[in-house]
Ligand binder design. Structure first.
Ligand SMILES: [Zn+2]
Length: 282
């Protein structure tokens, strides 16, 4: 059931939860009703925003407020939904707070098996249930579409994936790991390997990725420099913007050095082939 929610009521809820679960230690934040584009709740710069319309029940709204309060309590830095966040969720589950966890709490990881480490047992159990629901849904759609091709994913397929996103999409290692982790279930909420097997695949990919990424960036820089010679500065500026000045500069220096070395080699080759003065006289 869903009743009417106002900003005042949301604020009271925040205050009540702050007393009950955090001994009033949470810094007072602004709680507001908002229209949010692609989420149901948001914590940002001391404000909790809740898109009330997107919730089906009061229970869902309470769960969202608690979720955002965990962000406020976790002091996460750059990593959202990582271990610091989950320590707060675990605390809430121990206190029997009305919060449920599912894929949104993982920050978008699709495969949920093992994404919560064992040291958060209540959260892990709840997430394993969510994983069962997810897997059952996949099974159902397989049964409904027996013609659907099945692909067995192993080490080789995952390495191929890393290769493709490095060379075609130019993803950084962090982005690639995030994407692969989501699709193949090899990383947990903190970006760490979910199990031994995953760790060895990630280590192997990491090693090769450096080379793939370097090759990708070098070919980008070479073509950007070639274009800038003809007067088109846009690709070069774009690369500088993307990589940052220091990185782009180092890359440019490296490519130019390679070009110079190639020129010197060519010149030397031409020199050695040219008839020497002495031969000409004779
Ligand atoms: Zn969140």
């Amino acid at each position: 059931m869903k009743t009417t929610w106002t900003q005042k009521r949301l604020t009271r809820l925040f205050e009540r939860y702050n007393r009950r679960f955090w001994e009033n230690r949470l810094r007072r934040v602004k709680v507001r009703i908002a229209h949010l584009d692609d989420c149901v709740g948001l914590y940002s710069e001391g404000t909790i925003s809740v898109d009330v319309k997107k919730h089906r029940s009061d229970r869902d709204i309470r769960s969202t407020v608690l979720h955002e309060m965990c962000h406020a309590a976790a002091a996460e830095g750059k990593r959202y939904h990582g271990y610091k966040f989950w320590a707060q969720i675990e605390h809430l589950l121990r206190e029997k707070a009305p919060i449920t966890v599912d894929s949104p709490e993982t920050g978008g990881l699709k495969i949920l098996a093992g994404v919560i480490p064992k040291r958060f047992p209540l959260s892990r159990a709840m997430m394993q249930k969510a994983e069962k629901r997810r897997a059952a849904k996949v099974e159902r759609s397989f049964r409904a579409h027996p013609e659907m091709p099945v692909e067995i994913i192993g080490r080789g397929e995952i390495l191929n994936y890393f290769h493709d996103v490095a060379t075609n999409d130019g993803l950084t290692w962090r982005e690639a790991l995030r994407a692969a982790g989501s699709d193949y279930g090899i990383i947990d909420v903190e970006g760490k390997a979910t199990r031994q097997w995953a760790a060895s695949v990630i280590a192997k990919a990491r090693k090769a990725y450096r080379r793939w990424r370097r090759d990708f960036l070098e070919s980008k820089m070479a073509s950007a420099l070639a274009k800038s010679v003809t007067g088109d500065q846009a690709p070069l500026l774009e690369l500088y913007r993307k990589l940052g000045k220091a990185k782009a500069e180092a890359l440019q220096t490296r490519i130019e050095a390679q070009w110079n070395a190639a020129r010197v080699t060519r010149a030397r080759a031409a020199e050695s082939e040219a008839p020497t003065g002495k031969n000409c006289v004779e």
